[in-house]
Design a protein around this ligand. Structure first.
Ligand code: ZN
Length: 121
């Protein structure tokens, strides 16, 4: 063994593909989301008070969604960088492997399930 690399390139490519696909769908949602934020403004003049509140609530929600989306995009960029530097898939807290099932569910996961649940409680 000349390499201490535990994770094979094949597995890394699998997660890289997942991350890239996730980024593509987020960027696509961002386009439609931005359009939704703009439409609210235009509609305000011709709707009643109640539906205006609805519209404002919808706008607040879409702003929040947009914020989370940008956050996720940053996490994806970080995960892709960790793949490049062979640091991907290890818990940032304890250094153990993050379970593949967890990475399949969220390829941007930074913590193993133990450390993540310890943080949440
Ligand atoms: Zn851990």
């Amino acid at each position: 063994m000349t390499s201490n690399k535990v994770k094979s390139d094949q597995i890394m490519n699998h997660y890289k593909e997942k991350l890239l696909a996730l980024r593509r769908s987020l960027l696509k949602a961002q386009e439609t989301g931005d359009q939704a934020e703009q439409t609210v403004e235009l509609d305000q003049a011709c709707v009643g008070r109640l539906s205006r509140m609805d519209a404002m609530q919808a706008q607040a929600m879409s702003i929040e969604t947009g914020r989370r989306r940008r956050e996720k995009l940053l996490q994806i960029a970080g995960a892709l960088q960790r793949i490049e530097t062979d640091e991907y898939g290890y818990c940032q807290e304890c250094g153990e492997d993050i379970a593949p099932a967890r990475l399949d569910f969220d390829p941007t996961a930074l913590l193993c399930i133990q450390c993540a649940s310890a943080k949440e409680s």
